[in-house]
Write a protein that binds this ligand. Structure first.
Ligand code: SF4
Length: 52
């Protein structure tokens, strides 16, 4: 799969990760949160993640 140079990602367990390089291969991703009131980076998630 071809990397999307606009989306850097280091989540190697995701099936959309570009493997040899730390990029996503999707054209776009959905970012969201699992918190009611997100206040720090840990509160945000890539909602496009799918396990390999
Ligand atoms: S879908 Fe999200 S978690 Fe998966 S490689 Fe792309 S940016 Fe990373």
């Amino acid at each position: 799969m071809k990397k999307n140079p606009s989306i850097k990602c280091s989540v190697q367990q995701c099936q959309y990760h570009a493997c040899s390089e730390n990029y996503c291969t999707l054209d776009s991703i959905q970012v969201g949160t699992h918190e009611l009131n997100p206040t720090k980076v840990e509160c945000t998630d890539c909602k496009s993640f799918e396990l390999k």
